[in-house]
Design a protein around this ligand. Structure first.
Ligand SMILES: [Ca+2]
Length: 354
């Protein structure tokens, strides 16, 4: 009895030591996680891209641009400028879908300001564009690095859905998807829906039902993770070109959101990249999430099933009766909590640039 107890204690101690060693190892000591950013830059997109470019834990293998916050043309030009600013013209940047799959395009000059970047000025230089169509770049890279690519969509899901429709064989070859979009506690473009999902709900439905591991970083966490004036001041200390640009974007976000009743500026997309870099920023819950594509009031809502069941009803004579419950399978890790202060400190330190 004592012997087996000692063995058990030793096993637990060894397991704990191993676990601690894993936790203690800096993330960048392991090989970088390969990511593709699918983006509509876009103010917060710009910060998300710069965060990734300044983070050794991830290797940005490609950037695909989608229409959303701004037109695909404007987003493409911005993406080529942001990668130039980050000194990373080795990264392929490809233009993708110019409109949603079956909806009119709605862009957001109100929320993204002049140039789609809140008036922040990019240097004049641009990287050379990749000639491929955005979804084709995604397909090529997933086949080049099977089981290694994490997709980080931070705009409407159009490019990702088109890639899945064109080549479904990529689905089991993708390591995971961590997307900015959705909400389970109310929307921002409507009472129900968040912009990226609302913009192309049919595409989002394809992505959510594809069968790959998904983490949804939605308004539930992005609206409580805000930058403030002292963060801008911190960025401007000994600022190089990247930090000056990031500070201008952050300042725009603060003004914009404070005008909407928030105590600081949201930087939504940066959280998806942050979650790819270090998943411990987020607390998640595995739930079944459906995307509303037919809604009268709820177009683009991401509807999470808290209990993992729906009622089972059968017809009895002229009416129906609930006779039990049917299980639904979870498909999405929903971010329900965030270590906001730690993330903002991390973000600002990385945006200080090289
Ligand atoms: Ca975006």
């Amino acid at each position: 009895m004592l012997t087996s107890l000692r063995r058990c204690t030793l096993a637990i101690a060894l397991a704990a030591a191993f676990h601690f060693a894993l936790l203690a190892a800096p993330a960048h000591a392991q090989s970088p996680k390969r990511i593709i950013i699918d983006t509509d830059p876009g103010t917060d997109d710009a910060l998300a891209i710069l965060l990734a470019l300044n983070s050794p834990e991830v290797s940005v293998e490609g950037i695909s641009v989608v229409a959303g916050n701004v037109t695909a043309d404007m987003g493409f030009d911005n993406a080529l400028g942001i990668t130039a600013l980050g000194g990373r013209c080795d990264i392929p940047v490809a233009k993708g879908a110019e409109r949603p799959i079956s909806r009119n395009l709605v862009i957001e000059p109100f929320w993204n300001g002049p140039g789609g970047l809140g008036g922040a000025q990019l240097p004049a230089q641009r990287c050379k564009p990749d000639a491929r169509f955005g979804p084709d770049l995604i397909i090529d890279l997933v086949h080049k690095y099977p089981h290694q690519i994490t997709l980080v969509p931070v705009g409407p899901e159009t490019n990702i859905a088109l890639a899945v429709l064109k080549d479904p064989s990529i689905v089991p070859l993708v390591k995971g998807v961590i997307l900015m979009g959705g909400s389970i506690t109310g929307g921002n473009v409507s009472g129900a829906a968040e912009f990226n999902i609302w913009g192309d709900p049919e595409a989002a439905s394809i992505v959510f039902n594809a069968g790959w591991p998904i983490t949804m970083v939605g308004l539930d966490v992005t609206e409580i993770t805000l930058v403030h004036d002292p963060d801008v001041a911190e960025l401007l200390k000994n600022a190089g070109p990247e930090a000056k640009f990031a500070a201008a974007v952050a300042k725009f976000q603060i003004g914009l959101y404070q005008g909407s009743g928030f105590p600081g500026g949201a930087i939504h997309d940066a959280l998806a990249v942050g979650g790819a870099i270090d998943p411990t920023f987020l607390q998640t819950r595995f739930m079944h999430v459906d995307v509303e594509t037919d809604g009268r009031y709820a177009r683009g809502q991401t509807i999470a099933n808290r209990h993992g069941t729906v009622d089972k009803n059968v017809q009895v004579g002229d009416h129906w009766e609930t006779v039990g419950m049917t299980q639904v399978q979870p498909n999405v890790n929903v971010a329900v909590g965030i270590d906001a202060d730690r993330f903002i400190k991390f973000l600002i330190s990385r945006l200080q640039g090289k």
